[in-house]
Design a protein around this ligand. Structure first.
Ligand code: AQP
Length: 343
């Protein structure tokens, strides 16, 4: 059975981009068709200036939203990255296989490092090295596929490179995974700046639809989306990024095709109204389930505890194999026979 791994980072409230680009398919397809693991990658949230209490809160909220989106712990494994030590154990080995040039070429590093400097802070070393941790997240589980939005495909490419390099140098240890972005909704753009991705850690604003926004807030944000100076509704990402973004959101919510949908609208106003309605309807069941789950925090804790146990058991053999392959002396446990006794 295909093994699938993916995750969300608790750096902000989850957005429509996270949902349409990744989460929705995890619940609708991946958990049914694959042996799937979904992770709240909290260690990644420490790579930028953070408030410890907020990261804890957002981690719990992300876990609750994953379950609210339809992930079923009977069908898949839902867990928190920092609860499973194998991720950081493997990450160091992968740092010993990666080069600093590879890390510096990562788009997220190039985008986020100047932002951290502009906010008056210094750039954490982990912002440079976390792609190795991300590779460890994936390789520890022998994942074949990584269902992610477009923005993460470069990280999965790096993961592939590291897996191939490790296997060539030290013997076959890792499955080489591939990214599987969705056909529609792979890159939801900011409604106020449709040339930038809708990002959860961006400064909050009317361009970002959060999964827990009230319906009237969602409507307002969509109705105020920046469009273009033209009048006709066409799907053209280069020349009409605002309208293209709305068409893609509508298509992702209703299952249509953005180019075909364009032909059925004579005005931007009508397109915005239908897009707002479609987004509100897509988010409605998720908000309702989230509310119900918040009333039962013990359930979420239990899911995360069981998920971490399962994940640990899956990751340990591969990570142990990587430690042996790279040349580290296995630790002898108390239960192992002493060398003399074995003779
Ligand atoms: N705007 C987006 N459109 C489509 N997919 C998106 N994803 C994120 N933003 C969009 C996908 O959501 C999954 C989880 O993302 P993440 O938590 O790993 O964070 P990210 O990719 O770095 O994007 P964010 O949400 O904007 O976080 P920040 O602001 O902290 O960087 C991934 O599969 C991602 O592709």
């Amino acid at each position: 059975m295909t093994r699938v791994f993916s995750g969300v980072k608790p750096t902000g409230h989850l957005t429509l981009g996270n949902y349409l680009g990744a989460m929705r398919r995890w619940a609708a397809v991946d958990q049914h068709e694959a042996d799937a693991l979904f992770c709240i990658v909290d260690l990644h949230a420490l790579t930028v200036e953070h408030d410890p209490a907020r990261v804890r809160r957002l981690s719990r909220q992300a876990a609750t939203l994953l379950l609210a989106s339809g992930l079923d712990p009977e069908l898949c494994t839902v867990f928190v990255q920092s609860h499973v030590d194998e991720h950081t154990r493997l990450s160091y080995l992968l740092e010993c296989v990666a080069t600093d040039g590879e890390m510096r070429r990562m788009i997220q590093y190039k985008e986020k490092a100047p932002r951290e400097r502009a906010r008056g802070g210094s750039v954490r070393l982990s912002l440079l090295t976390y792609p190795a941790l991300m590779a460890a997240d994936i390789l520890a589980y022998g994942a074949d596929e990584v269902p992610v939005g477009d923005d993460q495909t470069q990280h999965v490419e790096l993961t592939r490179d590291l897996a191939v390099r490790f296997n060539q140098r030290y013997g076959h240890t890792f499955t080489v995974p591939k990214a599987t972005p969705p056909t529609v909704g792979a890159r939801v753009m900011n409604l106020q700046d449709p040339t930038s991705k809708m990002g959860k850690s961006d400064d909050a604003g009317p361009g970002i639809v959060y999964l827990l926004d009230e319906p009237d807030v969602v409507r307002k944000k969509v109705m105020r989306a920046v469009t273009d100076s033209g009048r006709d509704v066409v799907h053209d990402r280069e020349e009409r990024p605002g309208v293209a973004n709305l068409l893609e959101i509508l298509a992702a919510c209703t299952g249509g095709d953005p180019k075909e949908l364009a032909g059925s609208y004579a005005s931007y106003g009508a397109l915005k109204k239908d897009t707002a309605d479609a987004v509100v309807e897509v988010l409605r069941p998720l908000r309702e389930r989230h509310q119900a789950l918040c009333a039962d925090p013990g359930y979420v804790d239990g899911v995360l505890r069981d998920g971490a146990e399962r994940a640990r058991a899956m990751a340990r053999p591969t990570v142990d194999a990587a430690y042996r392959a790279i040349g580290l002396l296995p630790a002898v446990s108390g239960a192992d026979p002493a060398p003399n006794a074995a003779r």
